[in-house]
Design a binder for this molecule. Sequence first.
Ligand SMILES: Nc1ncnc2c1ncn2[C@@H]1O[C@H](COP(=O)(O)OP(=O)(O)O)[C@@H](O)[C@H]1O
Ligand SMILES: CC(=O)N[C@@H](CCC(=O)OP(=O)(O)O)C(=O)O
Length: 260
Amino acid sequence: MKPELRIFKIGGGIIDSEADLLEFVRLFSKIREPKILVHGGGKGASEMMKNLGIAPRMINGRRITDAATLDLVTMFYAGKTNKQIVVALQSHGVNALGLSGADGNVIQAVKRPVRDIDYGFVGDLSEASVNTELVHQFLTLGLTPVFCPINHDGHGQLLNTNADTIAASVAKALSKKYAVALHFCFEKRGVLTDINDDDSVIMKINLADYAELKESGIIADGMLPKLENAFDALQFGVDKVIIEHALHINEDLKTTLWLN
Ligand SMILES: Nc1ncnc2c1ncn2[C@@H]1O[C@H](COP(=O)(O)OP(=O)(O)O)[C@@H](O)[C@H]1O
Ligand SMILES: CC(=O)N[C@@H](CCC(=O)OP(=O)(O)O)C(=O)O
């Protein structure tokens, strides 16, 4: 039987509030099984850009990343946010190891080819992008990897990758060695039928439900790429995918995804 591994992803809505981030870190630090954290921070990055007079541009949930934007998001994700999380985990006795994809060449990305849209320095991932053996060794040493959404192409170029995509790719790659549970954590209790009613959590969603919910517009915006990544992970070997509130990871009210 494969050993268990829990992979958590937190996004900008939680990272933006220092109190929420510290509470999530406290809850995460109590998990005994081997664990990995993947973080985004898109909301804070956009705010920082606006304060500097640069208008953030997003298309289909992906940031158009020109050279100036890449500099800023590298400072924000790989610098401030990643270290803020690592230092908080260390204070709870978790030996966290902050990583961009370039560190130890742990994740290598490919710059998104220009088709209709030029996304700039945005990196796409495949399962083969992740150095599974190296991550396994970190876990064996008792370290907890903390991935930021900055990767590289192996030829000297940093690239910005959506954090949900990183979480799904790391989960798929590690599922060769571990029984992986992938937790997408954000500021709502799961996928909701009514976005304004936090109690309207859909407890189970399969692929057919997903198509219907998409068609009816109940699932929209950032939830669309999240669920696409989530079902992709399930189809490629991840045992369990859960969508839940970052501050209620021990509660039963959450959305669990199924293939059929
Ligand atoms: N049916 C739904 N249930 C919950 N959230 C939804 C739904 N449809 C759209 N959303 C939106 O998706 C967002 C989550 O995606 P995203 O902003 O990418 O999150 P994060 O950056 O925290 O990972 C929520 O904040 C919410 O506004
Ligand atoms: C290419 C791309 O879109 N990268 C994302 C990475 C951060 C992210 O995914 O943050 P959340 O998880 O908080 O949304 C961005 O810069 O917004």
